[in-house]
Ligand binder design. Structure first.
Ligand SMILES: [Zn+2]
Length: 93
């Protein structure tokens, strides 16, 4: 049986219910809190947050995601190239 510090068996993502959970980091003072991250939907949460942020049963329904839907989401547009005018910006008077 593996007892890796980078995984938490039995833990599922509150938002998408995937079991693909990683430990992002732990509190500087050992055992105070842990930050988990879901590698499926990228949700992250601290172990000390309220249950509506950490418990899949209490996570608000409108914000839940289905892993199968992630691939269908719209692509976030990239930031366009900056316009080069040669002139420094001047506020209009
Ligand atoms: Zn997730």
């Amino acid at each position: 049986m593996s007892n890796s510090e980078n995984s938490k068996p039995g833990l599922v993502c509150p938002r998408c219910r995937s079991a693909t959970i990683e430990v992002l980091t732990n509190s500087p003072v050992e055992g105070v809190w842990t930050i988990y991250s879901c590698t499926t939907c990228l949700y992250a949460w601290r172990s000390t947050e309220p249950e509506e942020n950490t418990n899949p049963e209490k996570y608000p329904e409108p914000f839940r995601l289905k892993p199968d839907d992630l691939a269908k989401f719209a692509v976030v547009p990239t930031i366009p190239q900056l316009r080069v005018t040669g002139e420094p910006y001047q506020a209009k008077k």
